[in-house]
Design a protein around this ligand. Structure first.
Ligand code: PGA
Length: 248
């Protein structure tokens, strides 16, 4: 079955306005004419408008969303605000949010529900810590993260998700999961989804993240269950990012 191929760049908390603008312009000027995939940019939310205006060939996503509706929640950004900006994607449950900002499985579940309610496609991140992999617990950890994230979602809602498998030990470390390790986990994630929604699980794009770069993207993306990548460091360079996006 043909699934959507996706490459998404997660800029994290990087770049000044001028640097962001330079990168956006460079990306736009070099947008691949024959790209095989959907290419998403997730700049810091303060640059959303800048991205929409200067990189309009790309899809735009946010890096996080509030689990609450609108109201007295200082500093937060709601799903309805994201929707009102015509932004189509939002990352949820990134390991840095889980580690440093208290995003629990329950909060992630609420965030997913907010996004789905407002027609924004969530890019749901999951992935084990190094010690969990060393203990052979990676499948259990990832299964638990996914099952808790999708509690209360309908089958039709689950079908709308994009999943990103990002082993925490591979994020920003230069240490990529081997193609074999990644493919094995992606197939496992698909089997979890299959047990919930059956064959429709074959429509869900599952991205790999963690030190993905031009040198390893093609081999990873050639694997049957790896449908693209969530790119951190290499997304801050137009050339590397676009090379990755053309690795199918
Ligand atoms: P990295 O980050 O590509 O810098 O390892 C990936 C991510 O955290 O999404």
């Amino acid at each position: 079955m043909m699934r959507k191929k996706i490459v998404a760049g997660n800029w994290k908390m990087n770049l000044s306005k001028d640097e962001a603008l330079t990168l956006l312009k460079e990306l736009q000027a070099n947008f691949p004419s024959q790209n095989q995939c959907e290419i998403i940019l997730c700049p810091p939310s303060i640059y959303t408008e800048l991205a929409l205006q200067n990189a309009n060939s790309f899809n735009i996503g946010l890096q996080n969303v509030s689990d609450k509706e609108n109201g007295a929640f200082t500093g937060e950004i709601s799903a309805s605000m994201i929707q009102s900006m015509n932004v189509e994607y939002c990352i949820v449950g990134h390991s840095e949010r889980r580690q440093y900002f208290g995003d629990t499985d329950t909060i992630i579940n609420s965030k997913l529900k907010q996004l789905l309610k407002h027609n924004i496609t969530p890019i749901l991140c999951c992935g084990e810590l190094l010690e969990e992999r060393e203990a052979g617990r990676q499948n259990e950890v990832v299964q638990n993260q996914i099952e808790k994230a999708i509690v209360g979602l309908s089958n039709a809602e689950i079908e709308k998700l994009v999943i990103a498998y990002e082993p925490v030990w591979a994020i920003g470390t230069g240490k990529t999961a081997s193609t074999h390790q990644a493919q094995e986990m992606h197939a496992f994630i698909r089997s979890i989804l299959n047990s919930k929604i059956g064959d429709a699980s074959n429509k869900i794009s599952i991205l790999y993240g963690g030190s993905c770069k031009p040198e390893n993207a093609k081999e990873l993306f050639d694997s049957p269950d790896i449908d693209g990548g969530l790119i951190g460091g290499a997304a801050l360079n137009a050339n590397s990012f676009l090379q990755i996006a053309q690795s199918f």
